[in-house]
Ligand binder design. Sequence first.
Ligand code: ZN
Length: 317
Amino acid sequence: MKKLVIGIDIGGTRTKIGLVDLTLGKVLETVIYPTESKNVTNFEQKIGETIQYFQTKITENQIILGVGIGVSSFVFEDGTVDSTYGFMDFMEDYPLAEIIEKAYNLPCKIDNDARLVALGEALYGQGKGFERVLVLTLGTGLGLGFVGNQKLNEKLPFGHMGGHISITQNGEKCYCGKIGCLESFVSATGILKAAQKLNWHEKNLNLPFTVESIFYASESGNNEAKLIINDFLEYLKIGISNYINLYAPDRIILGGGVAKGLKIYLPILQEITQLGPFKAYKTSIEISELEENSGILGSAALFNNIIKIPPLGVKVL
Ligand SMILES: [Zn+2]
């Protein structure tokens, strides 16, 4: 009997749901739709429709073991979502796991989305074979997840606000209450805000006002875009060097929409001049190749204790 898990990644913009074969580390099929952030009935209905769709799709020799979900919040052990601080108003002490379990008769496990992206990368992506994997998700915000020896470092996602380390007192006040949070400089929101300050969009009306086009313009020699990207890279370097002091990762992976433009800047980000945690310390930085699938795979991997994953290098037929 082939054991499958449904992995759900509820993102700021889109919800990605995949049917996952954890033994192979493969997403067999994916459904993506805009995240329903206002109406709880629609939210539950959309997830339910997809679960039922996958339940009808599986063959006689396949079984769905459960549903793993990633949410941008602190999540309690029983699968209750603490709060998304206004991003999804109904997610205040919201018993999401219980709702799914009762409605679809499937076990449900939930954790913080950035932690699960890190778990996905460590098990199936660029973190495979590394002991200490740190994943920074540069999207609407800055998500942080750390995986040591292929396991999440804590039972609960206590570090999920790790993008809110303050790196300057000259920055703006963040929604978390502090000044100059790293997230407010290296997220898509932060990059667009920096561009707005320079009236970049008004001066470049031929280009869409997106992070991708600012990266593109910078590479094409647009001076103001270059300034925005250079500042962004400097802040990201400060952030990475702080995280190195905290986590000593041997592999750092940058994921999320913003990371897609970062490949050519990797040599700049690798310029680490500070003292390492130990003399022979070495790390490497890579861009996620799993992209959308890292969150889906990580969410499904919450059921890893049920499925025996073969050791690295062993081929599964
Ligand atoms: Zn903050």
